[in-house]
Design a protein around this ligand. Structure first.
Ligand code: AMP
Length: 243
């Protein structure tokens, strides 16, 4: 497996990383998941509800329902969707270099290094072209450096995050949901030992983002315990209240 080193040690390692990202970008384009950025195409153009461009960070612990609620948001608002977990799992499935590298972190319940995640994110976001309706960031950011990088990346493009929506689910329920998901989907990282590690990392590295987004004036709390419809109607209330 290719060794990944942080790119402040530039040179060969940086080139390798860039190659990985470029390969992945073309792969995503081939599979039709992304719009053609040269043509300014965007994904999710068949919007139902007309809204001003809104980038939304859907936030919560593993198992909090980010993916499920994202699907409802995509359908209702015609937003684009970037799930960093899905991007990585797709790379693993295809057996790419990036996939092999990602698996070595994911299988142990660890986070992929910030630098790599940030480059992936920027490339996938640019795939939506200009003037899109907004994108849901699902599973990103997971650390404060990632949140800072997201802010900077969007600012450089004249865009911003309109809201961070925190799905709040009791810890015990998270555990039960993830174990059930593991049985149903066979996701390798949904086993008890890895789940515990992921929740621990969530508390130490990801949860501090709640305070970070509060300071940015973008944090919105949503009770993530209830039926899908109840939770989604709380999310809609937040999105519809945005200017
Ligand atoms: P998820 O599907 O969002 O739960 O992500 C599954 C796994 O992918 C995580 O446990 C991490 O190992 C990795 N991952 C996904 N998104 C990120 C991110 N933003 N930063 C670091 N690692 C990530």
């Amino acid at each position: 497996m290719r060794e990944y080193k942080l790119p402040h040690k530039l040179g060969e390692v940086e080139t390798q990383k860039t190659d990985l990202i470029t390969d992945m970008w073309y792969e995503l384009k081939k599979t039709g998941k992304q719009g053609d950025k040269e043509k300014g195409e965007r994904v999710g153009d068949n919007q139902q509800k007309q809204i001003k461009m809104k980038n939304i960070v859907i936030f919560g612990a593993p198992g909090s329902g980010k993916g499920t609620q994202s699907e409802l948001m995509i359908k209702h608002y015609g937003l684009g969707h970037i799930s960093t977990g899905d991007v990585l799992r797709s790379e693993i499935k295809k057996g790419t270099e990036l996939g092999k590298l990602a698996a070595s972190y994911i299988d142990g319940g660890n986070l992929i290094p910030d630098e790599l995640m940030i480059s992936i994110l920027a490339n996938v976001y640019d795939g939506y072209g200009r003037g899109h309706k907004g994108v849901i960031f699902d599973g990103f950011p997971r650390t404060i450096p990632q949140a800072e990088a997201l802010k900077k990346m969007l600012e450089e493009r004249g865009d911003k995050v309109a809201a961070m929506i925190e799905l709040d689910v009791p810890e015990e329920e998270l555990m039960q949901r993830l174990i059930k998901r593991g049985e149903e989907s066979g996701r390798a990282d949904d086993n008890e030992e890895t789940i515990k590690k992921r929740l621990k990392i969530y508390h130490s590295q990801t949860q501090p983002l709640i305070e970070w987004y509060k300071k940015e004036g973008l944090h919105h709390h949503v009770n993530g315990h209830g039926t899908l419809e109840e939770i989604f109607s709380n999310i809609k209330r937040v999105i519809d209240s945005l200017g």
